[in-house]
Design a binder for this molecule. Structure first.
Ligand code: SF4
Length: 401
């Protein structure tokens, strides 16, 4: 975060102030186990860390391996459920303020196509949203994607985004990101195959925790780096920072406009990060990691969905290289938004304009919960009114593209 301190645009400066204030408030929060020890969480720790922990408690190193299995394979939720471990070890861990770090599921809503949105109730009673998206491929294989949040709310206030309209509370800690994936696995009784950081929040404003969670998801939960996507609207200097880690993960940049002027009206924080600087950093990311950058482009009817926008977008992408992919997302209307969803023929014309200029394109399928819970368009709907119960007949319906 220190590298971000020069940022001067109002939205980003406000975002940084609020994330710092939230961190200070968390640090000043009353300690749980004793006045000296804040709660400590096993979830997020590596096997070597857990082996060291066992040694610190006077037990043999293999007890740490058992801890690792209990957390990530058995997925035990409480230390007292670790029946493989001596009672004295369990009591000592609890007494020292350790806990697993799993939160209860507050609500779960299932759509007709199997997409599940869950709300986890965090220790401070804040709710964080995660979406599980099951996909059966034509070849019969099964993909389960977890769309995870990195912050409670978001300070960046992109004009089309429901999460941004809901305000910002705090950054998530690494274990609070990892537990979202485990919660999706619990619900589907299946391993998560893909993770996308496209839920609530801007991952690059919480990069340290995101990187720690990424490590854990890769090494401990065993999800391949290539199966993980980190999404951003662009925060100065952070793409370079991410590239320096040389992760084999996809960077997804939310572009939403082919030029700086239009982009600033859709993404206010773009004022601090000119499009040419952002594109330059994306090119460097590819050169550094060898991983293709994906661009997310939300199509807003009459705003950024015209053929000339597609032509301009193709021209700009060609200026910066060839290893790019554009993912078009027809806007899902949200309450209180001035934007509308584009017609199907407009979306197809946009696709054609890009493809004829040799840009690879996909159109994000509208999933059952997208009407009010698309990844990256999540709204703190539950804070305004209770979530729909699974049995509700008013369950959100998929909108046809
Ligand atoms: S689109 Fe992403 S960065 Fe923008 S307000 Fe929404 S959650 Fe935040």
């Amino acid at each position: 975060m220190a590298a971000l301190q020069h940022v001067s645009s109002a939205p980003l400066a406000r975002a940084l102030r609020s994330t710092r204030a939230a961190a200070a408030a968390a640090a000043a929060a009353p300690l749980r186990s004793s006045q000296a020890d804040p709660p400590r969480f096993l979830l997020g720790l590596s096997e070597p860390d857990l082996r060291n922990l066992a040694l610190q408690f006077g037990h043999q190193s293999y007890r740490g391996k058992q801890l690792h299995d209990l957390i990530y394979k058995t997925k035990a939720r409480e230390i007292q459920d670790f029946s493989h471990l001596p009672q004295a070890f369990r009591d000592a861990l609890c007494g020292a303020g350790w806990r697993v770090g799993r939160s209860p599921v507050h609500r779960a809503v299932t759509a007709a196509d199997g997409t599940v949105k869950i709300l986890l109730k965090l220790e401070d009673n804040r709710l964080v949203e995660t979406v599980g998206i099951p996909v059966e491929n034509d070849d019969g294989s099964f993909r389960l994607t977890a769309c995870v949040s990195s912050q409670v709310g978001c300070p960046l206030r992109c004009s089309f985004c429901a999460t941004g309209k809901g305000g910002f509370s705090r950054n998530l800690r690494p274990h609070e990101i990892v537990e979202q994936v485990l919660a999706i696995e619990d619900i589907f009784k299946h391993r998560v195959t893909n993770v996308v950081f496209m839920g609530m929040g801007e991952p690059m404003l919480n990069l340290k925790s995101v990187l720690e969670a990424h490590r854990c998801l890769n090494k401990d939960v065993q999800i391949g780096q290539r199966m993980i996507t980190i999404s951003t609207v662009g925060v100065p200097n952070t793409i370079k920072m991410l590239a320096s880690h040389k992760l084999q993960s996809t960077l997804a940049v939310s572009l939403h406009a082919p030029n700086q002027k239009l982009r600033e009206t859709i993404v206010p924080s773009a004022k601090a990060y000119p499009l040419d600087a952002l594109m330059h950093d994306c090119k460097e990311y590819f050169l550094e990691t060898g991983r293709r950058v994906s661009f997310e482009y939300t199509l807003l009817a009459g705003i950024n969905d015209k053929k000339e926008h597609a032509v301009e977008l193709a021209g700009m992408l060609h200026q910066y290289g060839r290893s790019y992919h554009v993912n078009l997302i027809p806007f899902n209307p949200i309450e209180g938004s001035e934007y509308r969803r584009p017609y199907k023929k407009v979306v197809l014309a946009f696709v054609e304009a890009l493809e004829s200029r040799k840009i690879t394109v996909s159109v994000r399928q509208t999933r059952g919960l997208d009407a009010n819970a698309a990844c990256g368009q999540l709204r703190n709907e539950f804070q305004k009114k209770p979530l729909l119960e699974p049995s509700s007949s008013a369950e959100p319906q998929a909108l046809p593209v």
